[in-house]
Ligand binder design. Structure first.
Ligand SMILES: *[C@@H]1O[C@H](CO)[C@@H](O)[C@H](O)[C@H]1NC(C)=O
Ligand SMILES: *[C@@H]1O[C@H](CO)[C@@H](O)[C@H](O)[C@H]1NC(C)=O
Ligand SMILES: *[C@@H]1O[C@H](CO)[C@@H](O)[C@H](O)[C@H]1NC(C)=O
Length: 400
């Protein structure tokens, strides 16, 4: 609970003029407080009762108000340590590493967060338009901005690649050769469809790769799809979803992506050309052929649907609620709210903490008065004692 400081409102009792004075005072005090907390002590305090502990310090120059500093100020104090053995999610569920973490240091620019699209995206509400506002933003823009923000928070590289189209294949195929290219310049790539986001932007990829057992031999990590008839391949195994891919660069990874991209030529894999246009295109090619060809135990790490696929609205689709990685195939429109979530779940506790700072003057306790017509009359000590246990009168919980 907050410690509201009791302010005896002597001037309030005198009516409107006093209230105006109060307002005139409160506004600058609030602004000074905002400035002070932003630049100094706010980041050093742990916040109780939350999975987010604000225990780091951020050193921000008073004169640096660039957007990247704002992002740093919001997320850096609460970054989840890469080598921490556990992570507690917003529902209070705890996830533990099962072995000593392989990744112990930030990977920084060795990681590429990658968006790939062959469309111009210049229309109203789209990412490449010069103007973009919250109102009217299209879901793809929200998704890609979320990816960009994730890279900014953790210091990863980010690229949007405007891909050329294949002459004679469905559009989503372009991601295969372009992921392959990206793996020539970066040790790790994270490719996400634009309806995929990390639900906890403060949780580093290094932690997730530790948790999901990315080893030296792992080529790619992908999530399994929900247990539904359309998600099974010709051998009766469930597809892996190619909307979220973590890949590790190696010669074997290059070969795998090469074979995948060449799959529809029917040379190495018979009848793969079927998936040039047929659903689920490159995902079906991977599911029907590639994964059976690259089948060393460490080659392909299959992530649980509940953790890396779906979203809470899709929980009845095989429990795929997207604990760590949300994939909004059920409703792409929800991506905009997801981006809002990624900011608000961090912004809100900080705003609230600031609101409740002890000894602040924005919370005024007038419970030491009683209302008498238009007047506030200070209670006598005896009256105060009598009113002590009487909190609520003529009101309902958050009602009107
Ligand atoms: C913050 O930055 C200033 C100026 O760069 C430096 O002198 C100071 O030591 C830094 N403090 C911390 C806690 O890093
Ligand atoms: C998580 O790890 C921290 C630090 O090792 C430990 O103090 C805490 O008890 C752990 N929490 C759970 C729920 O395992
Ligand atoms: C990682 O390894 C642990 C222990 O062997 C296992 O329980 C867990 O399922 C593995 N995770 C993945 C994503 O393979």
């Amino acid at each position: 609970m907050a410690q509201y400081s009791y302010t005896s409102l002597n001037n309030m009792a005198s009516g409107g003029r006093g209230r105006r004075i109060l307002l005139i005072l409160v506004v600058p005090v609030f602004i000074v407080g905002l400035y002070y907390t932003y630049h100094r002590n706010m980041y050093s305090k742990p916040v109780g009762g939350s999975q987010l502990t604000f225990h780091h310090n951020v050193n921000i120059s008073k004169h640096d108000e660039t957007m990247s500093t704002v992002i740093k100020a919001l997320y850096e104090p609460i970054l989840h340590p890469i080598t921490q053995h556990n992570f507690t999610d917003e529902d209070g569920d705890t996830y533990q590493l099962t072995k000593a973490p392989r990744f112990r240091e930030k990977l920084g620019k060795k990681v590429l967060v990658l968006d790939i699209d062959s469309r111009p995206l210049t229309g109203p509400g789209q990412l490449m338009n010069e103007q973009l506002e919250w109102k009217g933003m299209r879901p793809l823009a929200a998704g890609m901005l979320s990816h960009y923000m994730y890279a900014q928070i953790h210091g990863y590289d980010y690229k949007f690649i405007r891909a050329p189209d294949y002459e004679s294949r469905w559009g989503t195929w372009v991601k295969v050769p372009l992921m392959k290219e990206a793996l020539k310049t970066h040790d790790y790539i994270v490719f996400m469809d634009s309806d995929v986001v990390f639900h906890y932007p403060h949780l580093p990829l290094e932690w997730l790769m530790n948790y999901w057992n990315m080893t030296e031999e792992t080529l790619v990590m992908m999530s399994i799809d929900p247990d539904e008839p359309q998600n099974y391949d010709s051998r009766g195994n469930r597809y892996l979803n190619t909307g979220f891919v973590i890949a590790q660069s190696s010669k074997r990874t290059q070969n795998m992506f090469r074979d995948w991209a060449n799959c529809p030529s029917n040379t190495r894999y018979k009848d793969c050309s079927r998936w040039k246009y047929e659903m689920f295109h490159e995902q079906s090619a991977f599911g029907n052929y590639i994964r059976y060809d690259y089948d060393r135990p460490e080659d392909i790490r299959v992530l649980p649907c509940v953790e890396a696929n779906g979203c809470p609205q899709a929980v009845n689709r095989g429990g795929c609620k997207g604990t760590f990685v949300r994939h909004y195939w059920i409703d792409k429109g929800a991506v905009t709210n997801a981006l809002g979530d990624q900011v608000m779940q961090y912004f809100l506790p900080r705003l609230h903490q600031m609101y409740q700072e002890p000894a602040r003057e924005n919370i005024v306790d007038a419970k030491g008065f009683r209302l008498d017509g238009a007047e506030l009359v200070e209670l006598t000590p005896e009256e105060q004692e009598a009113h002590k246990n009487e909190n609520v009168k003529n009101q309902k919980d958050e009602g009107w």
